[in-house]
Unconditional design. Structure first.
Length: 205
């Protein structure tokens, strides 16, 4: 859990600085800043423009609200922006400060939602490092993970389990087909999922 000194912006800034250092560039060289988050407590301003200012950048900066899929969407978007020539370097940050919206008395959610940040710089390269992305959404399942009337997060665990096992396995197959690889060729399988039973069942499918 984040400390009282931590905020969505401070965690994003720490992750972004490490990513910039690893990429060997400065904030002034960033062509766009994309922050994937649903935990900015303010409607405006977004986290991204404030982060850009912290890094000394005046690049276009915007938040991406896609919950668990946000960081993956951000990486895919950064890849498309670099490929289209919109920017040479796109800073992508995924950050969530979910403890502020988590009911610690709710046993169905309290152990799942916490605080973290990660960042990467997507840059122009002669060799592609990002495989084809399979996009999609299913808004019909909106009630399974949502915000309660009091602002706290809630989840219908059993339904999420069933949906994750069947639907994510289908998406994984589509992603492998787009990349031209088979399941036997995979070295690592990394789902965004905190439930070991879901991971095992999905990999089996």
């Amino acid at each position: 859990w984040a400390t009282e000194e931590d905020t969505t912006l401070s965690m994003a800034t720490a992750a972004a600085r490490e990513a910039l250092e690893a990429a060997g560039i400065t904030g002034e060289q960033v062509g766009a800043v994309v922050v994937a988050t649903v935990s900015n407590p303010m409607r405006t301003p977004g986290v991204a423009p404030m982060l850009a200012a912290e890094l000394g950048s005046q690049a276009p900066a915007f938040d991406l609200s896609a919950a668990c899929a946000g960081y993956c969407h951000g990486i895919a978007l950064g890849n498309d922006m670099v490929g289209a020539g919109t920017a040479d370097h796109v800073l992508v940050v995924g950050v969530e400060y979910l403890s502020q919206f988590t009911d610690l008395s709710d046993r169905g959610t309290a152990f799942l939602f916490a605080d973290a940040a990660g960042a990467a710089v997507v840059s122009l390269s002669e060799v592609s490092g990002i495989s084809p992305t399979v996009w999609g959404s299913d808004g019909s399942q909106w009630e399974l993970i949502r915000t309660r009337e009091d602002g706290m997060l809630t989840m219908t665990g059993n339904s999420v389990f069933r949906w994750a096992v069947w639907e994510m396995a289908k998406v994984a197959r589509r992603a492998m087909e787009a990349a031209g690889v088979t399941a036997e060729e995979l070295d690592v399988f990394i789902p965004h999922q905190a439930n070991g039973r879901i991971n095992s069942a999905m990999a089996k499918h």
